[in-house]
Write a protein that binds this ligand. Structure first.
Ligand SMILES: NC(=O)c1ccc[n+]([C@@H]2O[C@H](COP(=O)([O-])OP(=O)(O)OC[C@H]3O[C@@H](n4cnc5c(N)ncnc54)[C@H](O)[C@@H]3O)[C@@H](O)[C@H]2O)c1
Length: 360
């Protein structure tokens, strides 16, 4: 299957590794910056004489890839995705899939029209810890779910934001909820399995005066099925990344996945579990990754390739990406308006938050 990558920055090695491990034919690399492409080529000599482009439209016309991954700055995802989709390509879009609901909806509508697949790059769904929790959920082992929590307690320093001018801007990125926490927000939505109906939230910028977005966000979400979710996301943690935690609390089950990217099973209690199960699950399904991007890109690609070949929806489809985006935008709206907001939102964008932290 002919594959191309658009965006050759920090996360791009994870995409090329996933493409190569899944036997894709990498036909092209594209980035506005030739030096970014060159650095990636240097890291992957096995790509050989792969074609390179600085304009994705030229690449699409010349190479006609069947699958394209979009790993550019977040603000460019949707427009590039629409170009790819209109050229007949299936797309893996890095998170967030767009920065406004209108853009996300356009991507989904165009994909439906063109009959191509959209995969939202929420690779942590493939963590073995998360897969174990999901299996227990699908087996009904939690009983009724009461509430779930998503925490990300990380650190991003000035050096991180200085790496590229788009980071932390409302036009191209958003703050820590949109960039770092959105993976866990996707997991929260997915596990609770219901439409969020109201969000009460605060966000702030406490220690990153040089970015526009938030560096902390706290939210309480009520879901249509009566369950609650909470989100605590921050990049202010002294001393480096502490943890990314997902907890599920049901009438007959309590589970906690922690570690730096919720890839370690820390608690596993079920009413129907034999006494030895907790230790066995912790040992079998805890695989602490050595990098915060984890190991999920390769199985995510494998699933997307299978979805294309067998004409089925990908495991993490575009609607999941849109739902995670909508929840972050609802958190932003609640913080902006200092009141609870109801979902679904009719329209929302990161640009609604311009000037949110005026001292910045
Ligand atoms: N899934 C994950 O765990 C994960 C991890 C890191 C980043 N990301 C996401 O991946 C995306 C890229 O992040 P990054 O850290 O690699 O950023 P980066 O700044 O290191 O790289 C982005 C690259 O995109 C290029 N680019 C920008 N606009 C372009 C365009 N129109 N056409 C072609 N290339 C263009 C830039 O020149 C740059 O080289 C972001 O959306 C980010 O949220 C996801």
């Amino acid at each position: 299957m002919k594959y191309a990558l658009i965006g050759c920055g920090r996360v791009s090695p994870n995409h090329i590794t996933a493409a190569l491990q899944n036997g894709l034919e990498v036909v092209a690399l594209c980035d506005l910056l030739p030096e970014a492409i060159a650095a990636l080529q240097q890291q992957f000599p096995e790509l050989g004489a792969v074609k390179t482009y600085t304009d994705h439209r030229d690449m699409l016309r010349a190479e006609k890839p069947e699958l394209v991954a979009i790993a550019t700055v977040s603000g460019a995802h949707a427009a590039i995705a629409v170009d790819c989709i209109r050229a007949g390509c299936n797309v893996i879009i890095e998170k967030p899939i767009a920065l406004s609901l209108a853009d996300a909806d356009l991507v989904l509508a165009e994909a439906e029209k063109a009959n191509v697949k959209v995969c939202a790059n929420h690779q942590n769904r493939f963590n073995s810890s998360v897969q174990a929790i999901r299996a227990a959920l699908e087996q009904g082992r939690f009983g009724r779910l009461y509430h779930a929590t998503a925490q990300i307690r990380w650190n991003r320093s000035k050096a991180y934001y200085d790496q590229a001018p788009w980071r932390g801007t409302w036009a191209q990125d958003g703050g820590c909820l949109m960039n770092q926490c959105i993976h866990n927000i996707d997991l929260l939505n997915w596990m609770l399995g219901s439409q969020p109906v109201s969000v009460t939230a605060v966000t702030d910028n406490l220690s990153h005066g040089y970015i526009e977005g938030e560096d902390i966000g706290l939210a309480i979400i009520r879901y249509q099925n009566g369950a609650y979710g909470t989100v605590e996301g921050t990049v202010n943690v002294f001393g480096g990344d502490l943890e990314e935690v997902l907890c599920l609390f049901g009438e007959t089950g309590t589970v906690k996945a922690g570690g730096t990217i919720n890839d370690v099973v820390e608690t596993w209690r079920f009413a129907d579990a034999p006494p030895e199960e907790e230790a066995a699950v912790k040992q079998r399904f805890s695989k602490a990754a050595d990098h915060i991007y984890g190991c999920g890109h390769t199985p995510l690609y494998a699933d997307m390739i299978d979805a294309i070949v067998h004409d089925r929806a990908p495991y993490v489809d575009g609607h999941a990406g849109r739902n995670a985006l909508e929840l972050v935008l609802a958190i932003y709206r609640s913080s902006l308006e200092h009141k609870p907001v109801s979902l679904p939102l009719s329209a929302a964008s990161t640009l609604d938050s311009v000037g949110m932290f005026p001292n910045k």
